[in-house]
Design a protein around this ligand. Structure first.
Ligand SMILES: [Ca+2]
Length: 308
């Protein structure tokens, strides 16, 4: 000090263990002129930005690191990246197994050794691969069932188009996807109309109905579907001729025999698109529908029962 007398900071301010005093002060000793440089941490005091020693007030903290961060948390808590105590302190973790093991990460992070990582070094952990994007991100793997939300809207474990989640893992038109891996569903319904009907003169009591299903979607060319499950005639008078069912580009040709005259009668056909889906759930939420046909074949007497 300027008057050559040394004072202990702690004599002046018991919370402070290191302090400074204006070197050129000519004023009488004044304890308020001291500026604290370091507080008595062991007594629980930490210096704040105003150079005041304060008691650390971080919640659930046993031992503080600074006036507003913790070094050791209470039991059941860990220090997170903000220096605070939380029950799941792992950076970018959405749900913890415990204080040191992450169960699921916030997107786009992935669990790697129980921590959350963007795989900056290897680009080989869950969902990622080379090459890097221009921003340094690893590429997302489409078709692995893991959604990297920055680049993928869906991932249905395949790279097929037409099933709701495209070959580039984007949700396709008229589709919705959810879950991991994604389950995708068509969100519109089908309809159908009678294109033509005509008798088969070589065979008595036989008639052909041709229907067009709309819309005809890419799914039908991507997946093996069981078309024979699509249409059923709701009429005791009609019996489907085995092997007569043909389908192409949504056009369905069915040959029936009839055991009574059906000329000018109404026949109800039930269409069940969800029954033809094969290995994908894509069509499973589409609605069944009915098409009523007034039997009026192009060759006028075709639907009259012949007993010969
Ligand atoms: Ca797909």
């Amino acid at each position: 000090m300027s008057n050559s007398i040394c004072y202990l900071c702690s004599d002046l301010q018991s919370k402070c263990i290191s302090c400074d005093y204006p070197a050129d002060s000519s004023l009488p000793y004044d304890s308020t002129q001291f500026t604290c440089l370091d507080c008595n941490n062991t007594a629980g005091y930490f210096i704040n930005p105003s150079a005041v020693c304060v008691v650390c007030s971080v919640g659930n903290c046993t031992t503080c690191a600074t006036y507003n961060t913790c070094s050791i948390c209470n039991s059941g808590y860990g220090v997170n990246s903000s220096g605070l105590c939380s029950t799941c302190p792992i950076d970018n973790c959405a749900a913890c197994y415990n204080l040191t093991a992450c169960k699921t990460c916030q997107t786009p992070y992935v669990v790697l050794n129980y921590a959350c990582s963007l795989c900056p070094a290897s680009c080989t952990c869950g969902g990622y691969t080379f090459p890097r994007k221009s921003n340094g991100d690893c590429s997302a793997i489409c078709g692995d069932g893991i959604i990297i939300s920055a680049y993928e809207q869906c991932d249905d474990n395949n790279t097929l188009d037409g099933d709701g989640c495209s070959s580039s893992c984007q949700i396709e038109a008229n589709s919705s996807c959810s879950g991991l891996p994604s389950l995708c569903y068509l969100t519109i319904n089908f309809n159908a109309s009678l294109v033509s009907s005509y008798g088969v003169f070589a065979n008595c009591n036989e008639i052909v109905f041709n229907f067009q299903l709309t819309p005809y979607i890419l799914f039908f060319t991507t997946y093996a579907v069981n078309w024979s499950q699509l249409i059923e005639a709701q009429s005791a008078a009609l019996v489907l001729v085995p092997g007569s069912f043909t389908a192409s580009q949504g056009l369905f040709s069915l040959t029936y025999t009839y055991n009574q005259t059906i000329q000018r009668t109404n026949i109800n056909f039930t269409f069940t698109p969800s029954a033809i889906i094969g290995s994908s759930p894509y069509l499973s939420k589409t609605a069944p529908f009915n098409v009523t046909v007034k039997v009026d074949p192009s060759n006028d007497l075709a639907a009259v029962y012949c007993s010969a």
